[in-house]
Design a protein. Structure first.
Length: 357
């Protein structure tokens, strides 16, 4: 093992408790550490710039204070162009097609572990690190494998499943073997100002969580018919399909409910709804653009699958058909949504995943 003092690590510091502790741990372990705060894209509304939660002035100052406390260099990197192109523009485009994207997955692939690694390497850095709850381990096959973090409630391997081998070989995850409570205690032990800072669950570039409002400023909505999925009866008018997502029950504007969104027909501009939740159940799905992080497995294969970050893992069998992956669940899954990611695990190892078609 090389002398850690000679291993230079750039840590993505966000001003939150997790990245703060990641910096402190790596410094304590003897690495040559620098802190890097990334500036992402901000929306401008009527000439006024709205904060991006991840890179607000408050977050930047919190990150700076942590680096000063730990006596390490503090840098900033401008990621606005890359973030806008790979995250925001894709987000808008997917919604305009009636799909529901996950911007965090693309941010990790193209920005936090894409452009960040590229720019950090240019500074002579050996590794980048973040406060993600996940683990990486190089095996005898020479490949780096991704595993769930110890804290299953905070595990973020779902968001990292699109990373490549080149990226995985350049990453350290210091929090992989810790739970959140331990991280908070360590933050207090290190005397970090972020120890009790609350977490944000919103999409970072939509600070008010009003996705429909954000989209309405970026694309035109066309009204159309709302139809009953079972009777085919016209029930009313919708305000534009990008305002809705599969499984939604609030904001549909129909009496006699609850009604659930079960399908978005973009070609005919029809919103299909049902009062029967069984219409939301699917026994299988098709996944495209699958990324296998440590090589494609042999098919068919039994796996654990999640169809969104907060969904429970379900047993499934995956098989390959042409360039796509067919997934058959052991029990029907609710609200399978095009544009979200289906991610696969074998035990604790995250194999990869792709976009639900």
């Amino acid at each position: 093992m090389p002398d850690k003092k000679k291993i230079k690590v750039a840590v993505g510091v966000s001003g939150g408790v997790d990245s703060s502790v990641a910096v402190a741990l790596l410094r304590e372990q003897g690495y040559d550490v620098i802190g890097v705060f990334m500036h992402f894209w901000h929306e401008s509304v009527k000439g006024k710039v709205r904060d991006n939660i991840c890179c607000s002035l408050e977050s930047s100052e919190d990150a700076r204070r942590v680096c000063q406390k730990l006596d390490i260099p503090f840098y900033t990197m401008n990621m606005k162009v890359q973030f806008k192109k790979n995250v925001v523009d894709d987000f808008i485009d997917e919604y305009s097609k009636g799909r529901t994207p996950n911007p965090c997955v693309r941010c990790n692939r193209y920005v936090k572990f894409g452009e960040f690694i590229k720019k950090a390497k240019a500074l002579g850095v050996d590794y980048v690190a973040t406060g993600h709850y996940a683990k990486v381990k190089e095996k005898k096959d020479g490949l780096v494998h991704l595993y769930m973090g110890k804290d299953k409630a905070k595990d973020q391997s779902y968001f990292l499943h699109q990373l490549t081998q080149t990226q995985l070989k350049s990453i350290l995850f210091p929090l992989g073997d810790l739970n959140k409570d331990k991280v908070r205690r360590l933050a207090k032990k290190f005397g970090l100002a972020t120890a009790s800072k609350k977490e944000s669950q919103e999409i970072c570039f939509i600070p008010d969580s009003d996705v429909a409002g954000f989209l309405s400023r970026k694309t035109k909505f066309e009204t159309g018919e709302i139809k009953d999925f079972q009777t085919k009866e016209v029930l009313g008018k919708h305000d534009g399909l990008p305002r809705y997502t599969i499984g939604q029950r609030k904001g549909i504007g129909l009496a006699g409910g609850p009604w659930f969104v079960v399908r978005l027909d973009m070609k005919k501009n029809i919103l299909w709804v049902s009062r029967d939740e069984k219409d939301l159940l699917s026994k299988n799905l098709i996944v495209k653009n699958v990324n296998w992080m440590a090589g494609e497995p042999k098919f068919p294969m039994k796996v654990k699958c999640r169809i969104r970050y907060r969904s429970k893992e379900v047993n499934a069998i995956i098989n390959k058909k042409d360039s796509r992956i067919e997934v058959e669940f052991s029990r029907p899954e609710r609200a399978v949504t095009a544009g979200q990611y289906a991610v696969f695990w074998k035990g604790k190892e995250c194999l990869g995943g792709g976009v639900i078609e």
